[in-house]
Design a protein around this ligand. Structure first.
Ligand code: SAH
Length: 226
């Protein structure tokens, strides 16, 4: 699967996408993450990507033109078939809340283009005419769309076949069913004593070797309380 990110801060993506699972998936050719500097699609000599808001008010608003020019160029690079399997997503605090279901849904596309805002946000004509959807990663405001884009790419990537490897099961993870989270997990030691007189134990049932009892315990624990 291919991801194209449009941002004015490409270096922010360096650390995250060059480590661990995403790094390995890129090396194995399962993921292709390309981060583009939006300023490359400006036409003035100062590479201006923002301007004052019409109607007044504080701060600056990101212009529609660089996004439009960038998307035109990115789309021109792909075949017609691929274009129909591309989704353009604007990261936006007022967008629809991004959930597990969206991660699964978006993983079916061949290509995702993520648009990162900054400053006071993005000219509304980007949402209205260029993006297929607007997604928010939560009800709070961040300083830019870069972390949200990383969150979306990470969550979507886990559903791209092969990215997690054969062993990992997505089916039992948190949120794979509505309102259900993963059961608690434990590893060695059996008893951990953080200080004298205190011991943190692993539930007995997990040490029993009784598969049915373990499965029943896990099923009970997966249900979210309240
Ligand atoms: N003035 C805007 C916030 C702008 S924050 C408002 O009140 O809605 C600047 C940029 O950060 C946004 O354009 C968006 O791309 C990104 N951003 C901030 N919070 C976000 C969130 N919760 N989810 C997704 N993107 C977010």
């Amino acid at each position: 699967m291919r991801f194209d990110v449009l941002t004015i801060f490409p270096p922010m993506f360096d650390g995250y996408f060059t480590e661990s699972i995403i790094k390995r998936a890129r090396e194995r050719g399962l993921l292709d993450v390309r981060v583009h500097d939006l300023r490359g699609w400006t036409t003035d000599k100062h590479h201006k990507v923002d301007d004052k808001p019409y109607g007044g008010g504080p701060g600056m608003v990101m212009k529609v033109e660089p996004f439009d020019r960038a998307l035109k160029e990115l789309k021109a690079q792909s075949s017609k078939l691929e274009a129909s399997r591309t989704r353009v997503v604007l990261m936006s605090a007022k967008g629809k809340r991004f959930t597990h279901k969206d991660a699964v849904r978006l993983s079916k596309y061949k290509r995702l283009v993520l648009l990162c805002g900054r400053y006071e946000g993005v000219d509304e004509r980007v949402a209205a005419n260029l993006a297929d959807e607007e997604l928010s990663i939560g009800d709070y405001v961040l300083t830019g769309g870069e972390l949200p884009a990383m969150v979306v790419i990470d969550a979507v990537s886990r559903h791209v076949p092969g990215v997690l490897g054969k062993k990992a099961s997505l089916a039992e993870e948190s949120h794979s069913e509505e309102g259900v989270t993963e059961y608690p997990q434990y590893t060695r030691p059996e008893v951990y004593a953080p200080k004298k007189g205190v011991s943190w134990k692993v539930p007995k049932v997990l040490l029993s070797g009784a598969h049915d009892a373990v499965a029943a315990w896990r099923e009970k624990k997966r249900r979210k309380k309240g």
